[in-house]
Design a protein around this ligand. Structure first.
Ligand code: MN3
Length: 222
């Protein structure tokens, strides 16, 4: 199967000034688009290329030295699709509802969640990602290096912030914490995160099934 660059959920200038149109042009078209092209090239002639699910390719190529190029590019395609949907114009601020309650009970308060998220995102050495995940019913802030995605550890991401330099350097230069703070204040799409959180259920089978169905649908939409 050949993968395509999925359309952005908003216009390239929709997140400005928090993320400039120029950053979006480079980040979406050159970086994300580049991963899609390199993934297709890396899959050519490989059995893995017969799979039509991006997630299946990610799971099968993880920690396989002979499929490193496939994993890195497939996971980066997945991570970027997820990152764009983790943001919205006029996003940010404190979420309400079940997710807001879960964040407060897990991290003490929304402010504590934010400082911990900014701190962990800043402490990720080199390139990587900061995530809020649902790990079998428990909310966690995790970071992953390079292309690694929490789905390979069985965690369900709720939102992510790209902390590769290409995500913020044009707008924030070396101020990664400033970028991550703006991500939380102005960009993070809590509706998207809350919808995923509610679909994951509290471990009830119906919720888990609906969540898996939605993931499948997403995996096949690429
Ligand atoms: Mn990126």
């Amino acid at each position: 199967m050949t993968f395509k660059l999925r359309p952005l959920p908003y216009a390239k200038n929709a997140l400005a000034p928090s993320i400039s149109e120029r950053t979006m042009e480079f980040h979406y078209e050159k970086h994300h688009g580049g991963y899609v092209n390199k993934l297709n090239a890396a899959l050519e002639g490989k059995d893995l290329g017969k799979s039509d699910s991006l997630e299946e390719i990610i799971h099968k190529s993880y920690k396989d030295e002979s499929a490193k190029g496939v994993f890195n590019n497939a996971a980066q395609v997945w991570n970027h699709d997820f990152f764009w949907r983790s943001m919205a114009p006029n996003g940010g601020g404190e979420p309400g509802g079940k997710l807001g309650d879960a964040i407060k009970s897990t991290f003490g308060s929304y402010d504590q969640f934010c400082s911990s998220f900014v701190e962990k995102a800043g402490a990720q050495f080199g390139s990587g990602w900061a995530w809020l995940v649902n790990d079998l019913g428990k909310l966690k802030i995790v970071t992953t290096p390079n292309a690694v995605t929490p789905i390979v550890e069985g965690q369900s991401p709720l939102m992510t912030c790209d902390v590769w330099e290409h995500a913020y350097y044009l707008d924030y230069q070396n101020d990664r914490p400033g970028f991550v703070k703006t991500f939380l204040d102005k960009l993070v799409n809590w509706e998207f995160a809350a919808e995923r959180f509610s679909q994951q259920g509290d471990g009830d089978e119906g919720g888990q099934r609906r969540f898996r169905e939605q993931e499948e649908k997403y995996a096949h939409a690429g």
